[in-house]
Design a protein around this ligand. Structure first.
Ligand SMILES: Nc1ncnc2c1ncn2[C@@H]1O[C@H](COP(=O)(O)OP(=O)(O)OP(=O)(O)O)[C@@H](O)[C@H]1O
Ligand SMILES: [Mg+2]
Length: 236
């Protein structure tokens, strides 16, 4: 197994307040890993630190062996990181298909695995929406589009910040199915979530963050069996 993303000893500050304390973990090729934690635990900050939006004061972020800590977001993206932030950042005035075309670029090693046709084939729910303005889509559809657009950039690793947030339960299920499809394509994914249940059957491993520190790392099965950790660190 090769390690695609390796985070070591990350300290992140906003101004003078320290938010992350020595955060470290790794994600192997083809894995889906869940970064779980309550409100304000530091999940988004961890993702922003990896993506270059909250540069760490200390520590390493290795993407396919390159140390990218503190580099600019567009450089990190070019080196193969795909990031879907909480606010999704699609282009609301463009059609679904235009959003996908805008996202198209080759991967860091020239990979060109994703085309608009393949997106529609793997995620058939998007196909009938192709001419719809992205701003008119529902929250769940926008989330799917944001993920698909990121895939069009042929990333080596994908960070998803709370893909289930703010969506109705039925839509959450649909996004879950969409992400299971994504997993079968061999993608390497780190998902930040408060919702442990959403990650069951989706992630193989979990990392739990609390007050800016990693407090637990295990398989999904171990977390399920560990009521103490669930009660202490996760919203139930
Ligand atoms: N721009 C900022 N300036 C100052 N403090 C911030 C900033 N953004 C986040 N914080 C603080 O950093 C801590 C971690 O926030 P973060 O957004 O990483 O948590 P989270 O785990 O993603 O939470 P949520 O589940 O609510 O999205 C919180 O205490 C938050 O108030
Ligand atoms: Mg967050």
């Amino acid at each position: 197994m090769s390690i695609v993303l390796k985070v070591e000893d990350l300290d992140v500050f906003y101004g003078t307040s320290q938010i992350l304390f020595g955060v470290g973990f790794q994600v192997e090729r083809g894995e889906t890993v869940a970064l779980l934690g309550r409100n304000g635990a530091g999940k988004s900050t961890t993702m922003k630190a990896i993506a270059g939006l909250a540069p760490p004061r200390r520590g390493r972020v290795e993407l396919r062996g390159h140390d990218v800590a503190g580099r600019k977001p567009h450089i990190i993206a070019r080196l193969g990181l795909g990031f879907v932030p909480e606010d999704r950042q699609i282009f609301p005035e463009h059609s679904v298909e235009d959003n996908l075309s805008i996202g198209h670029k080759k991967g860091p090693e020239g990979q060109d695995d994703w085309s608009i046709a393949r997106v529609y084939e793997v995620f058939p729910l998007l196909a009938p929406l192709r001419h719809r303005m992205a701003g008119r889509l529902s929250g769940g559809e926008q989330q799917m589009l944001a993920i698909a657009r990121t895939l069009m950039g042929n990333p080596t690793a994908i960070l998803l910040d709370e893909p289930s947030e703010g969506l109705a339960p039925i839509v959450v299920q649909r996004i879950g199915a969409f992400l299971r499809e994504l997993r079968t394509t061999g993608a390497t994914v780190l998902i930040a979530e408060q919702n442990m249940h959403f990650c069951l059957g989706l992630a193989s491993r979990v990392i739990v963050i609390d007050k800016g520190q990693i407090v637990y790392a295990a398989s999904i099965a171990e977390l399920k069996a560990n009521e103490d950790v669930r009660q202490r660190y996760l919203a139930l």
